[in-house]
Design a protein around this ligand. Structure first.
Ligand code: F6P
Length: 364
């Protein structure tokens, strides 16, 4: 019997369960593969006693449309940075990667499939360099992984953000107000840009294009005549004004290495008020509503394709690679290439051109 271990790491994302189910179904066709799941990313392997579950067709029945991940996830710590308290009570980290690889081998696991975003795939690459038979599957609502046309979960997040724009437009128009919708997107503005185009927003501000507040105010002024008018702005959480830093929150979570973002929508409203913009303004922070819940059909299909391809790579012994969508094919790209650079929105991107063509102010 051969064994494949699945781990889901980083923030949860619509479609994770659909990938797990696809891996299990494809593995079951072989007859000689058992699928295991490590609870909470690699923590399940690292903990004593280990937290490993068997995943068979019965266990994954009907999970493809469930949000979250049945094997849980975490975006803290990991095999290279396991949080530990030293003798003085100060938190520090241990590299437990060698121990983890030993444990995986001891359990006769032949392949590992790590479903996660950029941080998780960096861990995959480092584990591969240490000799682990590992395959990556690109997950993130932010769509910030290059080497693949798309990551699963992204289109669901866009759908949720667009629905929010649609709802805010009606209240904005009824009250002659400005609404600022803050969406996820730490380093990239894909969710914001797609939702702004789909929802017909007037302004879209993204991390890749630091904004000029005067340009934003000019665009909003044009929307009002004799105090009547309305506008919707879609803003990535990682957006920031020219020459200014990110808007962040204090973070006291042990082992959490990301900068905790949030609050740019409020800051933007204050900046507009300081410039003398006097119309009513409200902010809505969409937050984790974009990550939970049912994946749309597109993401379920993409997840199923990623899962089947990942399992076929495991069967073929094609390790050190990430599954990627290169329309219309699903291919294997080296993990090193997949993590080499993020998938950022560039000024020459077709969607930027479209947004400009629609008259959306991008803050520059
Ligand atoms: O990476 C996806 C993402 O949704 C980012 O856009 C966001 O900054 C981050 O996750 C927040 O994650 P959490 O609040 O779960 O730590």
């Amino acid at each position: 019997m051969k064994r494949v271990l699945i781990a889901t790491g980083g923030g949860d994302c619509p479609g994770l369960n659909a990938v797990i189910r696809a891996i299990v179904h494809r593995a079951s066709q072989e007859g000689d593969w058992e699928v295991l799941g490590s609870i909470q990313a690699f923590n399940g392997i690292l903990r004593e006693p280990t937290e490993i579950v068997v995943l068979d067709n019965k266990r994954v029945a009907g999970i493809h449309f469930q949000g979250g991940t049945i094997i849980e996830t975490t975006n803290k710590g990991g095999p290279f940075a396991w949080p530990v308290k030293d003798n003085n009570g100060v938190w520090t980290t241990d590299d437990r990667s060698d121990e983890m690889i030993r444990k995986i081998r001891h359990m006769h696991i032949d392949a590992v499939i790590n479903i996660g975003g950029d941080g998780s795939q960096r861990i995959s690459q480092r584990l591969f360099e240490k000799g682990l038979n590992i395959i990556g599957v690109p997950k993130t609502i932010d769509n910030d992984l290059s080497s693949t046309d798309s990551t699963f979960g992204f289109q669901t997040a866009v759908e949720i953000a667009t629905e929010a724009v649609d709802k805010l437009v009606t209240t904005a128009a009824s009250h002659n107000r400005v609404f600022v919708l803050e969406v996820m997107g730490r380093d990239t503005g894909w969710i914001a840009l797609n939702a702004a185009v789909a929802g017909g927003a007037e302004v879209c501000l993204i991390p890749e294009i630091p904004y000029d507040i005067h340009k934003v105010k000019d665009a909003l002024d044009k929307r009002f005549t004799n105090d009547r008018g309305f506008a919707v702005l879609v803003v990535s959480e990682g957006a920031h004004a020219k020459g200014q830093g990110l808007v962040t929150k204090v973070n006291n979570e042990i082992g959490y290495e990301n900068v905790k973002l949030g609050g740019i929508s409020r800051v933007l409203i204050q900046q507009l008020e300081e410039l003398g913009f006097r119309h009513d303004m409200r902010e809505t922070v969409l937050g984790h509503l974009q990550r939970g819940g049912v994946p749309i059909a597109y993401d379920r299909v993409l997840s199923a394709q990623f899962g089947v391809k990942a399992m076929e790579m495991a069967i073929a012994g094609d390790f050190g690679k990430m599954v990627a969508y290169h329309h219309p094919k699903f291919v294997a790209v080296p993990l090193a290439k997949a993590i080499a650079k993020p998938n950022l929105v560039t000024l020459d991107n077709a969607l930027i051109r479209t947004a400009k063509g629609l008259g959306i102010c991008l803050g520059y």
